[in-house]
Ligand binder design. Sequence first.
Ligand SMILES: [Zn+2]
Length: 254
Amino acid sequence: MLTILQLPVLNDNYIYLLHDPLSGETAAVDPALAQPVLDELARRNWQLTYIFNTHHHGDHVGGNLELKARTGCQIIGAEADKHRIPGIDRCVNDQDTVQLGQQTAQVIATPGHTSGHIVYYFAAANALFCGDTLFVMGCGRLFDGTIGQLWQSLQTLQTLPATTRIYCAHEYTQNNGRFALTLEPDNVALQEKMADVATLRARQQATVPSTLAQELATNPFLRTDSKALQTAVGLQGGDSLVVFTRLRALKDVF
Ligand SMILES: [Zn+2]
């Protein structure tokens, strides 16, 4: 079993603490800040073994150096980002594996949001830590990656099992869902999802994780084959990448 804790920090970031009970090893995924991680470690009497970074943005690596100094943890990140991930110790590439005690994560390169973005997929635990590549009902905007890369990365993630839990790095769900509803107002799965999201947010609860199955039913960026969606953006019968490009541009100004 992989224990997964979700720490909400800053305006809308999530840091994940992963713990393998058998070995006692613990990893922090994308620690925006050090102190909330240190506090949680102390509460649980856990030692930090690793930091797993998905990409170099400050709200994902901001706690790296302090955590390393305080815990001696090893920092793992993409080879492509080795010049811009603070304190990086081990560089990984697409299809590499990383261990957390008995738990194995596959590294999948998902450029697009940034050119070096990677995600960590724990197949046995059915959990994907996808940073800013895939969000609940949305996807990351483009910084130094390309739209074609982002498209391909999301295609790759869609090949994972539908039951995969999607642990993204931001609580952007409600805004993403409002955008999705402008495109597919008659999508019943989307309507039901948004009702659930409204209930959760009214209680200030997280809407993350979702599942890949839910994303396939509701996330416009995974639904470029939907006729209703194509019609909504004026590209009926359009090439999927062209539809996707239009969606990303529309969301950028939503
Ligand atoms: Zn980012």
